[in-house]
Design a binder for this molecule. Structure first.
Ligand code: IMP
Length: 417
């Protein structure tokens, strides 16, 4: 049974949604294992565009079903709205999804806390404001609510009351929604999601199903935003690595392939180190041509050149076994493409950063490669070969446009050149 994980190899926004959607038809299950509505995974069905924040990027009406795993933090209002809007075009689509009762709930006050904390930080992280940090904090500090608690209303009310008292002390009474309002909102949302056909289950009950079927794991954000290995503290709070599949009961040893999605250049949204960032006419043009504005927040993304040390780091940290390159078409027409091949840290050039701190102090060392007029040009092939030789991981697919079918294997691209 095929097991593949797709994870972001950079700072997120690499195009994982599109890649997962392209691969989805070959799998029985498409599983999101971490993150929440901070993600914005764009898919196309024909000419229609959909942005999934929580739902896995299944093919609507296709063979694969979507599973939302225990490592996720779920904003139930967002989930219900996402399902409702998809159901307008694909009636009954809710039945194509199941969710783990062990997943955590993003409570209304988590979003308030997110905004309050950002406002108080000396150096704001630039969060998406979706309550992600506070929801994961509550999980770690054991104050959080899990989906299974929504089926025991007495316990839910008690836990929310206790947590609310604790938080009102911490936040000096600034949280607006009362525990009883939160209880009734959550129960209504639970019922709405069930009416939409979503199955509430658990990875325990699903274990046999999963082990007898093919599974595609859909990562969120990117390795460099991972709280353990990314550019801490400018990271998100959920796992961005392939090892996040453990929250669904899998081990990384069971994966046949860990595909890292990389953009032909680099972007990052929010604050934090970004060694190859460049603010020039060329990169501003790349931002426009690549529509580099956040799918969740609409913020303009910071733009820079491809960063090979960062990719090597992602390969080691997340055990990447292949790459899928996206948005190569955005660089079409440039005379020269810069690529960072090393980091100068404390006077020495390193091929790979050894700690996340290196990203804060690195000076990028560049090589320049000739550009290409289109991705069918031999110079683009040379660019891919250069990346593969430098990073020692094969590129298997190339995506050259936002639509699902604007993607092909490297083999077929080479045949066409
Ligand atoms: P949070 O996940 O909302 O707490 O945001 C923490 C950091 O991760 C911020 O810099 C966000 O911009 C960034 N971030 C979170 N989700 C995404 C994503 O899906 N793509 C790119 N950046 C993200």
């Amino acid at each position: 049974m095929k097991r593949v994980a797709v994870v972001g190899a950079q700072w997120g926004d690499e195009g994982k949604g599109k890649v997962v959607n392209y691969l989805a038809d070959g799998f029985d299950w498409i599983v999101r294992f971490a993150g929440g509505a901070n993600a914005g995974h764009t898919i196309y069905v024909g000419d229609r565009k959909y942005v999934n924040h929580l739902l896995p990027c299944i093919v609507p009406g296709g063979r694969g079903r979507g599973f939302l795993g225990a490592g996720m933090v779920l904003d139930l209002e967002q989930l219900a709205n996402e399902l409702t809007s998809l159901a307008q075009d694909f009636p009954g689509i809710g039945t194509q999804f199941a969710v783990d009762l062990e997943a955590s709930v993003v409570l209304p006050w988590h979003k308030q806390e997110d905004v309050i904390l950002e406002g108080m930080r000396a150096e704001p992280i630039g969060t998406t404001g979706r309550g992600i940090g506070p929801a994961y904090t509550d999980k770690a500090s054991r104050e959080g609510i899990k989906l299974c608690h929504l089926f025991d209303e007495r316990m839910l009310a008690e836990r929310l009351e206790n947590t609310w008292n604790l938080k009102q002390n911490l936040y000096q009474g600034r949280l607006t929604m009362s525990p009883s309002e939160v209880v009734s909102t959550l129960i209504q949302l639970r019922d709405r999601i069930m009416q939409l056909g979503v199955e509430f289950t658990s990875a325990v009950d699903m274990a046999e199903v999963f082990h007898g079927t093919s599974v595609l794991f859909e990562g969120a954000q990117g390795v460099l935003l991972d709280p353990d290995f990314g550019t801490f503290p400018f990271v998100t709070s959920g796992s961005c690595m392939a090892h996040g599949v453990s929250s669904v009961g899998f081990s990384t040893f069971e994966l046949d392939d860990v595909a890292g999605v990389l953009k032909a250049y680099t972007t990052r949204v929010g604050a934090g180190p970004f060694p190859t960032e460049e603010d020039s006419d060329v990169t501003r043009d790349i931002r426009e041509r690549g529509r580099e504005y956040g799918a969740t927040t609409g913020r303009p993304r910071r733009v820079g050149w491809l960063d090979l040390p960062a990719l090597r780091y992602a390969v080691v940290r997340s055990g990447l076994t292949s790459f899928i390159i996206t948005k190569a078409d955005v660089l079409n027409g440039l005379n020269c493409i810069k690529v960072c091949t090393g980091y100068r840290v404390a006077g020495n050039v390193r091929e790979i950063p050894s700690t996340s701190h290196d990203f804060f102090v690195a000076e990028p060392v560049y090589e320049e490669l000739p550009g290409w007029p289109s991705t069918e040009h031999v110079n683009f092939l040379k660019y891919m070969t250069f990346i593969e030789e430098q990073v020692h991981v094969p590129i298997t697919h190339i995506s050259y446009g936002p639509k699902t079918d604007e993607m092909e294997t490297k083999g077929s691209l080479i045949m066409g050149i």
